[in-house]
Design a protein. Structure first.
Length: 126
């Protein structure tokens, strides 16, 4: 990735990197929290796409533990609530595609085609 001056980020001196981090932190804190969260979510999602996820994130580990112990009704309620919130996040095209792939991962090709067909029919002509 290149910075505004055209240098590769890998070539930045430690002092310049530290200065940029301080500027970034100041900019984040200058934003409304919802705006900062949305912008950072999109940037991080785009950077993360294609890269392997860290295997032991605390949030993911906690979620997996909770999901393992949860009832179907609990899982359904959290899934629906999280899905509604995720749908409002500006994930960007890659993030939305990843989310859709995960939702459709357990379906057969016929089931996927049926869902895509239903979605197109409900949306109507473009």
């Amino acid at each position: 990735m290149a910075d505004a001056a055209g240098r590769d980020c890998e070539e930045m001196s430690p002092g310049l990197r530290l200065s940029r981090v301080a500027d970034l932190i100041d900019a984040i804190h200058a934003c409304h929290p919802e705006d900062a969260e949305q912008v950072l979510s999109v940037v991080l999602e785009e950077w993360q796409t294609g890269a392997p996820m860290q295997p032991f994130l605390d949030a993911m580990s906690d979620a997996e533990f909770w999901a393992h112990a949860a009832t179907f009704d609990d899982l359904r309620a959290v899934f629906l609530a999280a899905g509604q919130k995720m749908a409002r996040y500006p994930l960007g095209p890659r993030g939305r595609i990843r989310m859709i792939r995960r939702l459709m991962a357990g379906l057969s090709d016929d089931e996927r085609q049926e869902i895509i067909g239903r979605g197109s029919a409900e949306r109507g002509p473009a």
